[in-house]
Design a protein around this ligand. Structure first.
Ligand code: URA
Length: 434
């Protein structure tokens, strides 16, 4: 068997055996197969797809490319959430401490920003001192004490995904359903969870723009997870406009902290509580979904979730001054308000475009090696359905390391469409796939 034979087989639309997939994934993880052959394989899968059996086999072998987390010493039910990625998505920062206070253990492993989407690790690291690079033993101690911890991908867990995801990003093969299933589920299966809740985004800021394609992804994720007896539900959520009002590392951390303090935009509140409710209900911490929602809301209102977040920030080396008083944070040096060119209603606040503008302001990375500016990003003043007067602010662009360029001002302006007739707010939860 050679890599060339397996690539040819997939290119010609044939079904791969477990041995074929093992040969490629094992060989690639060990450095025996070069990037260019795996790139060709990824492109062959992108065009030819994989059936359910191949997808499950790919997932299993990617999971087994590294170690599994051993959470068997903990009695608590374990659950995690994974989002397929969007703009302004700071849900993890609120959700993890929230479900932890509801009795759910959440071993959350997060990623960094890439392209127009943000990354939880960069948001957390905007809190001075916060350390996300924690060895596994210390992570287990955090789980024991706080029921959650917030760390980055470790070298031990799913090394195959780490290498393959970087290649996919550089070869236009991210938006392939079997490859996404393998990538997301291998990491989540390595966590040894009881329950997985997926936030599959649909819209121009998501991997898949149409609801139909996003639903197809959600169904594939749920059925592949089912092959491993992992109880999974997927929420299909809106990503045609940014989630909440903040985009950018500190701005998103700040909005998450404000929600823990009791103040949140409606869409962010709704999606966070719904994801929390499914995690709480499916781990049997409540008898109904409705009671799970009530429990999650009460933990937010009582301040318990905030206290738990403060504890983890302290435990992971972060400065809690900014949790207690987020307005004490430094201010960005540069800012430009984007004004409405006419009176009317917002019909479009293009998520991908605003995500790209935020990235180019300095909040994200064009290349993996780039540094991020904690104080770059966008604050939304208006969302779809809002009324605006002429010259009213639509959003404000911020940056600290370099001035806001005229080109980005133009792009942000063009991301909005204003119409004269009334426009409805966008629904946030589009569907639930169980
Ligand atoms: N998130 C992941 O972790 N992997 C993918 O393939 C897509 C989104």
């Amino acid at each position: 068997m050679t890599a060339l034979e397996i690539i040819t087989k997939k290119r010609n639309g044939m079904i791969l055996t477990e041995e074929d997939i093992r040969f490629l994934i094992g060989g690639y993880t060990k450095g025996l197969i070069p990037d260019y052959q795996i790139s060709a394989f990824l492109m062959a899968v992108y065009f030819q797809g994989m059936n359910a059996r191949e997808t499950a086999t790919l997932t299993k072998l990617m999971r087994d490319s590294g170690e599994l987390m051993d959470l068997s010493r903990f009695a608590a039910a374990k659950a995690d959430k994974h989002s397929t990625g969007g703009v302004g998505d700071k849900v993890s920062l609120i959700l993890a401490p929230l479900v932890a206070t509801c009795g759910v253990m959440n071993p959350m492993i997060s990623g960094r920003s890439l392209g127009h989407t943000g990354g939880t690790l960069d948001k957390l690291e905007s809190i001075p001192g916060f350390n996300t690079q924690i060895p596994m033993n210390a992570f287990y101690e955090l789980l024991e004490k706080y029921n959650f911890g917030l760390i980055g991908q470790t070298p031990e867990i799913c090394p195959a995904d780490k290498k393959m995801y970087a290649l996919r990003d550089a070869t236009a093969t991210v938006s392939s359903i079997p490859l996404i299933c393998g990538s997301i589920l291998s990491k989540k299966l390595a966590e040894n969870l009881d329950v997985l809740v997926l936030d599959v985004k649909a819209g121009n800021g998501a991997i898949f723009e149409t609801k139909e394609k996003a639903r197809e992804l959600a169904q594939a994720l749920v059925s592949t997870a089912g092959e491993f007896q992992l109880k999974t539900v997927a929420l299909l959520t809106q990503m045609d406009q940014p989630l909440g009002n903040a985009i950018g590392n500190w701005f998103e951390a700040e909005e998450a902290i404000q929600m823990l303090h009791g103040e949140a935009p409606d869409d962010l509140y709704e999606v966070t509580i719904e994801l929390a409710a499914y995690m709480v209900w499916l781990t049997d911490q409540s008898d109904t979904l409705e009671n799970a929602r009530t429990l999650a809301e009460s933990k937010l209102q009582s301040g318990e979730a905030l206290t738990r977040f403060r504890e983890i920030v302290l435990a992971q080396g972060g400065d809690v001054t900014f949790i207690d008083q987020p307005d004490k944070y430094a201010q960005p040096r540069f800012k430009t308000a984007i004004k409405a060119s006419s009176e009317g209603y917002i019909a479009r606040a293009h998520a991908r475009e605003l995500g790209e503008v935020s990235m180019l302001l300095g909040a994200g990375r064009q290349k993996k090696e780039d540094n991020v500016d904690a104080l770059a990003g966008i604050k939304m003043a208006k969302k779809v359905g809002s009324h605006v007067a002429k010259d009213e602010t639509l959003c404000t662009l911020f940056a600290d390391l370099k001035p806001v360029s005229e080109h980005l001002v133009q792009r942000a302006q063009n991301a909005f469409t204003i119409v004269s007739e009334k426009v409805n707010k966008l629904p946030i939860i589009l569907d639930v796939i169980q």
